[in-house]
Ligand binder design. Structure first.
Ligand code: FES
Length: 154
């Protein structure tokens, strides 16, 4: 994380003095972009650098599902399980993916290829059920379309 301090310092120049705690979220996002996830040592580094309590960083980490504490597989399969997607079959899709990949939500396959996650609304309720793989949306999904999608992912 230390090599990112110059970038964090540049962010600080945009803020009034004394508001460094606002930087928790942008710093975490930048760390994740750099490392792929947020490690314990990153949290320790931010506590020291920003002078914020560890709990404040943990709160941000547990609130935002896009922030990760572990490395992901090559393909991050995120299934929305909020109201619209649930009403249109998200739970059976999660079970299907879990069986097919051999992992539960939150786990990564042994070969490191897939991480399965569940998320709250992906903002595409009109095309539910929605699955996001890395940065791409796959809408109106069913078991067959997901099987085809998984076959495409190398
Ligand atoms: S409920 Fe799934 S995209 Fe909104």
């Amino acid at each position: 994380m230390k090599h990112l301090i110059p970038e964090f310092e540049a962010l600080k120049t945009r803020l009034p003095p004394g508001l460094d705690s606002i930087l928790v979220l942008p710093c975490l996002r930048r760390i994740q972009d750099d490392r792929g996830y947020i490690a314990d040592e990153d949290i320790d580094g931010l506590v020291e650098y920003l002078g914020v309590p560890r709990i404040q960083i943990e709160e941000v980490l547990t609130f935002y599902t896009m922030l990760r504490r572990k490395p992901l597989g090559r393909w991050h399969v995120q299934v929305c399980r909020n109201v619209s997607c649930s009403m249109r079959g998200a739970e059976p899709l999660i079970k299907h993916l879990s069986n097919r990949l051999g992992v539960k939500p939150g786990e990564t396959t042994a070969d490191g290829r897939f991480t399965l996650s569940t998320v709250e609304c992906l903002g595409s309720c009109g095309t539910a059920p929605v699955v996001m793989v890395n940065e791409r949306y796959h809408e109106l999904q069913d078991a067959q379309s997901l099987d085809a999608l998984l076959e495409e992912l190398k």
